[in-house]
Write a protein that binds this ligand. Structure first.
Ligand code: THG
Length: 281
């Protein structure tokens, strides 16, 4: 199953037998006070720098989220998308809870974007899937619905299947849906990581879909988050998550190490290149 994304003049393929596609998470005000304040003041000057740095570190899709408190996302998201694609020739992942902002962002996109996200809630499906179909985008689908986040892998798979059915009705094919098995904090529930991994294995074996995950959600509140994030990325990859949303500045080399160990990096050239591209001390 191949999910095809495009930048202004580039093409990125997400598929089970090709290297992991790193979706760079850093253009997001969550947990970043300075960026939030800048967005609230309409200052987008950090975005080109963050876009370039993530691309240099090996991200090949960039998540774009401008959802800071009291920010007009409908106005700001398309501006942010243009700035990113004026800086780097990469596809974007448009990240907003607001369907109107997603549509405004899609209007500004060059190429073929990933929409982040839809889920199984009746209202979300109704608001987001028609936009995805109209703009010919791909979409991340979260395995949750009107009843919240299902506790078991089987119930999360059932949500995924329901979303596939709704998408099919609108002419959106399975390869354009990238599932998110949902990563919750292990600090709140020590079985959360295991549930995510079991969900990913089940989705991959049953549906064959490509998958993303916000790997760093798992480590919230724990010490040395980097160790947890790196280890979890490797386990997620083994379970079939081939387009994780992560911080390429921290995880870039580990992702290429995973590719090499999974046999997706001939002669280790991707790993060696990533090593050489590291900022020198
Ligand atoms: N699934 C999908 N989309 C997502 C998530 C997901 N989008 C948002 C989020 N989760 C993934 N993106 C981030 C962005 C930032 C952080 C974590 C996940 C983060 N920020 C630091 C903090 O909060 O401490 C600040 C880091 C910094 O200063 O650079 O952790 O799960 N589909």
């Amino acid at each position: 199953m191949q999910t095809v994304l495009r930048g202004p003049s580039s093409e990125i393929i997400i598929s089970p037998d090709t290297p992991i596609v790193m979706i760079g998470e850093r253009i997001n005000p969550t947990g970043r006070k300075a960026f939030s304040a800048e967005l609230q003041a309409g200052d987008l000057s950090r975005i080109p720098r963050d876009a370039q740095a993530q691309a240099d570190a090996g991200a090949t899709v960039l998540d774009v989220n401008v959802g800071a408190a009291s920010v007009d996302e409908v106005a700001l998201l398309p501006q942010a998308v243009r700035l990113v694609q004026d800086t780097v020739d990469l596809p974007v992942c448009i990240d907003s809870a607001n369907p109107a902002a997603l549509e405004a962002g899609l209007k500004a996109v060059r190429g073929r974007a990933l929409v982040n996200s839809v889920n199984g809630e009746t209202a979300k499906l109704k608001a987001v899937l028609p936009i995805v179909a109209e703009y010919g985008a791909a979409v991340i689908a979260l395995c949750m619905d009107d009843n919240g986040i299902p506790a078991t892998p089987e119930a999360r798979l059932a949500v995924a299947e329901a979303i596939l059915e709704q998408a099919h009705a609108l002419g959106i094919p399975p390869e354009d849906i990238v599932f998110d098995p949902l990563v919750m904090a292990v600090g709140a529930d020590h079985t959360a990581g295991a549930t995510t991994l079991a969900t990913a294995r089940l989705i991959r074996s049953t549906l064959g879909s490509n998958m993303t995950a916000g790997a760093s959600n798992a480590s919230h509140g724990m010490p040395d988050r980097e160790v947890l994030n790196t280890v979890f990325l490797a386990l997620l990859a083994q379970a079939g998550v081939n387009a994780p949303i992560c911080n390429p500045l921290k995880n870039g080399l580990a992702i290429r190490a995973i590719d090499l160990m999974m046999g997706h990096d001939e002669w280790g050239m991707g790993y060696i290149q990533a090593y050489r591209a590291l900022p020198k001390e």
